[in-house]
Design a protein around this ligand. Structure first.
Ligand SMILES: NC(=O)c1ccc[n+]([C@@H]2O[C@H](COP(=O)([O-])OP(=O)(O)OC[C@H]3O[C@@H](n4cnc5c(N)ncnc54)[C@H](O)[C@@H]3O)[C@@H](O)[C@H]2O)c1
Length: 309
């Protein structure tokens, strides 16, 4: 369906060769956009690469997609991607930070090198692409691309709820939430929007889930049937002119279900006596705050309801 909603728009999508990223690329080009599709064909833990993957994907997509097989963590990647978009497609309007790796381990079994590798791919590289791309998106405001520019960050409910053993991944994704909000603020005057999508879709990531509870087992069984295409369609919506006023928000897409998430704000306020005792604080917390406490449930437990496909 090419309704021309994104005709003339140019995007960079990371992690574009498969799963959610590929679905986003397919939908963006179906609405007329052209895409620099970045993917190094990483294994799920990021330890090995297969550059042929993105070349094959781009070829299947046709002229609207240019492959970039460099790792997003490679020095110079971000500037190279922006230059490629401008030189080959004549500009840049859309950034989709989607690529991610996982190295799950309980805190008491993990190691710092794995944590840093996950943060480097899932968070630092996303920052670096925005660092390289946002000057161009700001410049758009002074050209025929005025009032145009979109940043989409692919987050995860693992950061919003938490899940066992995902200290590195959830930390990186929580960092992306902050980055998404800052991008919304920093770019507001240029008419550039910034939003997050927490996706739910069958991918090799879903296949690796090791259920820790019966509800997580239900989640996994259902998740393996969820197509990624609706995430691509919602991304195209956020990129379209119809979403020009939507920024700083966190959405979820699970098949035909779409969610908007709350964001942390104070739920209750209490004033202590001067120099309160620990008993005073205990009493205050129990009476004023305990009713607002957040349950310690994982995202997989929370979304073990049957998806609508
Ligand atoms: N599938 C889900 O249900 C789900 C749930 C929550 C969050 N997510 C998020 O959605 C996004 C896509 O996940 P997916 O499920 O499609 O996973 P996926 O593993 O199928 O796709 C990720 C892609 O990123 C690429 N990639 C990884 N490291 C890279 C690097 N250094 N340079 C370039 N490319 C790199 C991989 O090669 C891969 O093609 C990720 O951010 C993931 O955290 C997915």
């Amino acid at each position: 369906m090419n309704d021309g909603a994104l005709a003339g728009r140019v995007a960079i999508v990371t992690g574009a060769a498969r799963g959610v990223g590929a679905a986003i690329v397919r939908d963006l080009i179906s609405h007329g956009a052209r895409v620099v599709a970045a993917d190094n064909g990483a294994s799920i833990d990021g330890r090995t690469e297969d550059p042929a993957l993105i070349a094959a994907f781009a070829e299947a997509c046709g002229d609207a997609v240019l492959p970039l097989a460099q790792s997003i963590t490679a020095p110079g990647f971000a500037d190279a991607a922006v230059t490629l978009a401008r030189e080959r497609f004549g500009g840049l309007d859309i950034i989709v930070n989607n690529a991610a790796i996982l190295r799950d381990a309980f805190l008491f079994k993990g190691n710092r090198a794995d944590f840093e590798a996950v943060v480097a791919t899932d968070l630092t590289a996303a920052y670096d692409l925005l660092r390289a791309a946002t000057p161009v998106l700001r410049e758009n405001a002074k050209t025929t691309r005025a009032g145009w520019g979109r940043i989409i960050t692919i987050g995860s409910t693992a950061a919003l709820y938490g899940n066992y053993g995902q200290g590195a991944y959830a930390s990186a994704k929580a960092g992306l939430f902050g980055l998404m909000r800052i991008a919304a603020l920093d770019m507001a005057r240029s008419g550039v929007t910034s939003n997050m999508i927490a996706p739910f879709a069958a991918s090799r990531v879903t296949e690796t889930i090791v259920p820790a509870t019966p509800a997580q087992a239900v989640y996994k069984a259902d998740a393996l049937s969820i197509p990624p295409a609706p995430i691509g369609r919602f991304a195209s919506f956020l990129c379209s002119a119809r979403a020009q006023h939507i920024t700083g928000q966190v959405f979820g897409v699970r098949g035909r279900e779409t969610f908007v998430f709350s964001q942390p704000r104070p739920l209750a306020r209490a004033t202590t006596a001067p120099d309160p005792s620990l008993d005073d604080l205990a009493a205050l917390v129990e009476s004023e705050f305990a009713p607002h406490f957040t349950a310690l449930e994982t995202d997989l437990d929370a979304f073990s309801t049957t998806p609508v496909l």
